[in-house]
Design a protein around this ligand. Structure first.
Ligand SMILES: [Cu+2]
Length: 312
């Protein structure tokens, strides 16, 4: 051992000598994302302004399945807030709905006035400003935390979205797939083909195909033909940014692929509890049409499934 190696070993850094830097092996089937870190980034001096308007609207969860949604900027999920680590973000939040709502954001650094629970809540008809510093890199949710029944009311209605914070040293990905897993409520549908009434229970025909909740969604949509169809080419660096924001526990599973978690575990299926998030990369090595889905059978049956296509 050289003197430098002995010094690194003494500092607990000896591993750095034998483990290649993340993403440097092109033949690696998967590589952990380098920004899975607790490092706090310095201020960039850049301020980004995001306008979020909360409205009530009809949202088609699957063909013919109409949900009486509440969302940011007229869609589920709300717009992805995409910033660089160290940016300051100002959100102009306008509430055109009929109950108080907010935009509470995870992991960023903010004063209590931007919390979105008691402070930083927009009353109906009001526009407020909340702001925070995106000092940590990764994938995090923002969501309502001020609904009439606490956080669940607004979140199950559709008030959630993703925050993507890029680290300055992050390898560029050809594809960045943002995935939000959520659970909707039967009582909010104005029409839901395939669901029986009274004691009849769910029918076997129509849009809804079973499972025990109505419905389990991916980016506000259910089932393969309606949920996001992600695509990539062989050799692409593909990055998945996955957030679980509903009321149930899910797993996130992709067929034909595998990746390494920030904890160093090789997997193709990760646990996602409510309000959790993960980011991972791989170098694409497998052509075909692949399912991605929650591995809870009744959740997949209830809509939490989509297609990922890889072309040569
Ligand atoms: Cu699930």
């Amino acid at each position: 051992m050289t003197r430098a190696q002995a010094l690194l070993a003494a500092l607990g850094l000896g591993l750095a000598l034998v483990v290649p830097a993340c993403g440097t092996k092109s033949d690696s089937p998967a590589s952990p994302l380098t920004n899975a870190t607790t490092r706090e980034y310095p201020a960039t001096g850049v301020t980004k302004t995001v306008e979020l308007t909360i409205t009530e609207f009809d949202w088609e969860v699957a063909p013919g399945a109409i949900y009486q949604a509440i969302g940011y900027n007229g869609a589920i999920p709300g717009p992805t807030i995409d910033v660089n680590a160290g940016d300051h973000v100002v959100i102009k939040l306008t509430n055109k709905a009929t109950a108080p709502h907010s935009a509470h954001t995870h992991v960023v650094r903010f004063p209590t006035g931007s919390d979105g629970v008691k402070n930083g809540v927009a009353m109906p008809g009001q526009t407020i400003t909340v702001e925070w510093d995106a000092v940590f890199a990764g994938t995090f949710p923002y969501h309502d935390h001020a609904g009439a029944e606490g956080e669940t009311d607004g979140v199950s209605a559709g008030l959630f979205g993703a925050l993507v914070v890029h680290a300055p040293d992050e390898p560029k990905a050809a594809q960045e797939n943002v995935v939000l897993l959520s659970d909707f409520e039967l009582g909010r549908y104005s029409q839901l083909p395939g669901v029986g009434t009274g004691d009849a229970g769910p029918s076997n025909v129509g849009t809804y195909r079973g499972g025990h909740q109505y419905m389990h969604t991916i980016n506000g949509r259910a089932y393969e033909e309606w949920s996001p169809h992600f695509q990539a080419k062989l050799g692409d660096r593909v990055r998945w940014r996955v957030i679980s924001i509903g009321s149930e526990f899910h797993t996130f599973h992709v067929h034909g692929h595998r990746w390494v978690t920030p904890e160093g575990v090789l997997t193709d299926n990760v646990n996602m509890g409510p309000g959790t998030y993960t980011t991972f990369d791989w170098t694409e090595d497998n052509v075909g049409d692949w399912l991605y889905h929650c591995h809870v059978p009744t959740h997949m049956e209830g809509g939490m499934v989509g297609v990922y296509t890889v072309t040569p």
